[in-house]
Design a protein around this ligand. Structure first.
Ligand code: BES
Ligand code: ZN
Ligand code: ZN
Length: 459
């Protein structure tokens, strides 16, 4: 079942006729006079992406005219998906497999609604699966994106570290992936000291979720996702406006799980590992403090400049664990810094890597599937901004500048043996609504990564 995509039906669908912008006037003149009058009476402007519903002689809907500039992408039909009256529609346009698949995904994603606490009255139009579209691919990507959205949208009270572990188990269970969870004080025994330090002030025990899937002989791809289920800022508490949205601070983990879902469902020939440090950055008598020095899993010591820079701490220990088995490709995803949002805004995934070829591959895929990324520097000379006089590194540093870069450089300290590494600093949330992308939790970067991985490792 793909939401609002119908594989086949006995009902007669309403045609959505795609008309090239330049051809619109001549197309209109070939229509019946009621249609011509109707279109003109509404002052319809044939701009690319616009549509108009056309009546028959009885005043019923006969079809929909959709104006196109020939540049089809995932979001081409998304506006119609939420604005056409409920009913069954069929697209009449000649699209190749890739494009037909993309537009079907964009139609389905448009009707997402987070309905856990409030049932929606809204009804949406259905689209016949477009000719040439790959139904399995549509189902896979829609499921994954909506999974990420649901996980992010769920408030911290119902999506704490334990619930996030359960969500991971559900994904793992579907594909018979092995999962190990290191919980609470076991984090000390199994050497995840910074995950423990950040998460120990919460009643919901911190944990390291470790999932492994696939043939051991395949290239090793490891995804690490920041699972801070709520970020109060710790003792260096966030102001209320900044804290309000911090249920989304597990957006990296949600995206990691969604990407893992796609990889496993598509059976990509990789050995996949997903590592999620799941914690709540909370305040209590036993909370870690500014000025504390933590010894990380790698042995490096970290002075705490600010307990609100908790993401890089939990990520560092998880990245170290990932790095120990020398993966071919290490991807990490995190809602890591406000600075990345200042730099590229909320709608681009900030991407940091030292490898030009890897970045090019990701960037090309991102463009193809309209899941945009933008590269930020991993400028080594800024490493001194996070020097500490009493430890190997400081988690926050003293400058207001280049915050996304210094956070990336912090993580880089823990990448030693991985053959390839890329870091994503994402918003994981739509602050505003756009076609196909309702407000709220969002997958960012993973459709691009999925395509890049398919291209790199082949299916
Ligand atoms: N979760 C935040 C980063 C964040 C804030 C992402 C807003 C998206 C939107 C992270 O844990 C954090 O608070 N980072 C601090 C780091 C600073 C104290 C060095 C930041 O970015 O201000
Ligand atoms: Zn924080
Ligand atoms: Zn955070």
């Amino acid at each position: 079942m793909i939401p609002h995509i119908i594989p086949s039906s006995d009902d007669t669908p309403i045609l959505i006729e795609a008309i090239e912008k330049e051809d619109f006037d001549s197309w209109l003149s070939s229509q019946s006079s009621p249609v011509i009058n109707w279109v003109k009476a509404q002052g319809f402007e044939a701009k690319a992406g616009a549509h108009v519903i056309l009546p028959n002689e009885e005043g019923e809907i006969s079809k929909v005219a959709f104006v196109t500039d020939g540049k089809w992408d995932i979001w081409s039909l998304s506006k119609m998906a939420t604005s056409l009256p409920k009913g069954l529609y069929q697209l009449s346009a000649e699209l190749d497999l890739e494009t037909a698949t993309q537009v079907a995904i964009g139609w389905s994603l448009a009707s997402y609604k987070f309905s856990r606490y409030k049932k929606s009255e809204q009804t949406y139009a259905d689209l016949m699966l477009p000719e040439n579209a790959d139904a399995e691919e549509v189902a896979r990507q829609v499921y994954a994106v909506n999974l990420a959205r649901d996980l992010i949208n769920t408030p911290a009270a119902d999506m704490g570290p334990k619930a996030l572990e359960a969500a991971a188990s559900q994904v793992a269970g579907e594909f018979e992936a092995r999962q190990m969870n290191v919980v609470g004080d076991d984090l000390l025994t199994y050497h995840f000291p910074m995950v423990h330090a950040v998460g120990r002030a919460s009643d919901d025990a911190p944990r390291l979720i470790d999932m492994v899937w696939g043939d051991n002989n395949n290239p090793k791809v490891t995804i690490v996702g920041k699972g801070v289920c709520f970020d109060t800022g710790g003792l260096d508490l966030k102001p209320s406006a900044a804290m309000l949205l911090m249920k989304k601070d597990m957006g990296g983990a949600a995206n990691a799980l969604a990407l893992a879902y796609m990889i496993m469902d598509a059976n990509l020939p990789v050995r996949l590992r997903v590592l999620i440090p799941a914690v709540e950055n909370s305040v209590s008598g036993n909370a870690y403090r500014p000025g504390d020095v933590l010894t990380s899993r790698s042995g490096k010591t970290v002075e705490i400049g600010n307990t609100d820079a908790e993401g890089r701490l939990v990520m560092a220990d998880a990245i170290t664990a990932a790095d120990e088995e020398e993966p071919d490709l290490l991807i990490d995803m995190a809602t890591l810094t406000g600075a990345a949002r200042v730099a590229v805004g909320t709608e681009l995934a900030a991407t940091l890597t030292d490898e030009d070829d890897l970045y090019s591959l990701i960037e090309k895929s991102a463009r193809a599937v309209k899941d945009p990324v933008w590269r930020l520097p991993l400028w080594d000379e800024y490493r001194s901004m996070i020097d500490s006089p009493i430890a190997d590194i400081n988690n926050s540093g003293n400058s207001p500048f280049a915050g996304a870069t210094t956070a990336g450089l912090f993580l880089k300290e823990f990448v030693e043996k991985s053959k390839s590494w890329v870091h994503f600093d994402i918003m994981a949330y739509n602050n505003r609504e756009r076609p196909g992308r309702p407000q709220g939790g969002e997958a960012m970067g993973i459709r691009a990564l999925y395509k890049a991985l398919k291209d790199k490792y082949g299916a």
